[in-house]
Ligand binder design. Structure first.
Ligand code: FMN
Length: 355
């Protein structure tokens, strides 16, 4: 059997596979990043940074709960069921910026020896400081910059600690400022908490982004029926495998709006190797996986890659050939072959008991 090519491209950047380890607590330090690289990730994005002390302090009040589909808390073990949802608060990297950057610089050199990348992720707080940090990232020799302007905790965090941008004009302004300051590829990570994610993506593209990452997790409120209180005590970021179809729909919308050649990166809901295929079929060129690795350990990276390459071999397709296939077959309600009277199957045939 021919082994199919798993490589993809994000603009001029070739990745050995579409699997990107998205930022999270498990990638706070060099040890976790090295494990993810060794497991075969094409890109690893260590925990994001910014200049805000409040964002750093927020890390000290983080909390995490794994929930089953009946909203019951699951034990935190390294093998959660694939449909477990993760409810959590999160904060940003606490190392001083220079220390964080130095760690990334060393790790990206190591990554290059594995035909991989370590990308620097900045979460916007103050735009002037963000621009300076982006320049420092470039000067340190990092090869990819992620600019996250859609972190879900933006509205809950202390004022100014984390910017969650939903306004297209502001997205254009922010991305243009950073674009003017650096030459390295900029991947802009956008919120999913917008009625017009594709509009935000278009603004980022027009302002000079090299790719957009679609899309940040949602905020949620989960009442605990035993304590009568909010689980974790607050609103919190929420994700699970259920988010995949919602992300895929926005990937399709973005592909239609931005054109098939503009690179999209999918995030929010990928838990398995077949989920990588699902994101690619919806138009993504690569996939950021975070919760699955955070809750399941780095072994998840190799098992996802194995399942993905097994799928490519079975279908006789390269990774690149998958991109956008299902998106480009999207029909309209009007075009569907009609099934007259099918709806009647669902009408109750027995009379309801009278009260
Ligand atoms: C605990 C946790 C911490 C995260 N921290 C960051 C972060 O620092 N920077 C960032 O860009 N995204 C962060 N994310 C978002 C993830 O990178 C990812 O985009 C998101 O969780 C959706 O993908 P998933 O369904 O694979 O988790 C975090 C997610 C989780 C669950």
């Amino acid at each position: 059997m021919t082994v199919q090519d798993t490589s993809v491209s994000i603009g001029a950047t070739r990745l050995k596979s579409p699997l990107i380890c998205g930022a999270g607590e498990h990638l706070m330090y060099a040890e976790g990043v090295r494990l993810a690289l060794a497991a075969g990730a094409a890109v690893v994005i260590p925990k994001s940074a910014n200049e805000s002390q409040a964002a750093k302090r927020q890390l000290d009040s983080t909390d995490y709960a794994l929930l089953d589909s009946n909203w019951r808390r699951l034990p935190w073990a390294y093998a959660p069921p694939p449909d477990a949802s993760l409810l959590c608060r999160s904060g940003l990297a606490q190392q001083p910026f220079d220390e964080w950057l130095d760690m990334l610089r060393v790790l990206d050199r190591e990554a290059a020896r594995r035909d991989a990348y370590v990308a620097a992720s900045l979460i916007l707080a103050d735009l002037d400081r963000c621009v300076e940090m982006a320049q420092a990232v470039e000067q340190a020799g990092l090869r990819i910059l992620e600019l996250n302007i859609g972190a879900p905790h933006g509205n809950e965090a202390a004022r100014g600690a984390i910017v969650l941008e939903r306004d297209t004009t502001r997205v254009r302004e922010i991305v243009a400022r950073v674009r003017a300051a650096v030459r390295l590829p900029i991947w802009v990570k956008l919120t999913g908490q917008s009625e017009d994610v594709a509009g935000l993506a278009q603004a980022a593209k027009e302002a000079g982004a090299d790719a957009v990452t679609i899309m940040g997790r949602f905020m949620a409120f989960v009442p605990d029926v035993e304590t009568l209180s909010p689980m974790l005590g607050t609103n919190a970021g929420f994700g699970g495998s259920w988010a995949l179809p919602l992300t895929c729909r926005w990937l399709v919308q973005c592909r239609r709006r931005l054109g098939p050649d503009f690179p999209l990166i999918g995030t929010n809901g990928a838990r398995t190797g077949l989920d990588i295929a699902r994101f690619l079929l919806s138009g993504a060129s690569a996939v950021q996986v975070s919760s699955a690795v955070f809750t399941g350990g780095v072994a998840v990276v190799s098992s996802m890659l194995n399942e993905f390459s097994g799928y490519l071999d079975r279908k006789g397709l390269t990774a690149t050939a998958l991109i956008g296939q299902a998106a480009d077959r999207l029909g309209t309600y009007q075009e569907q072959v009609s099934r007259p009277d099918y709806w009647k199957t669902f009408v109750p045939t027995e009379a309801l008991p009278s009260s």
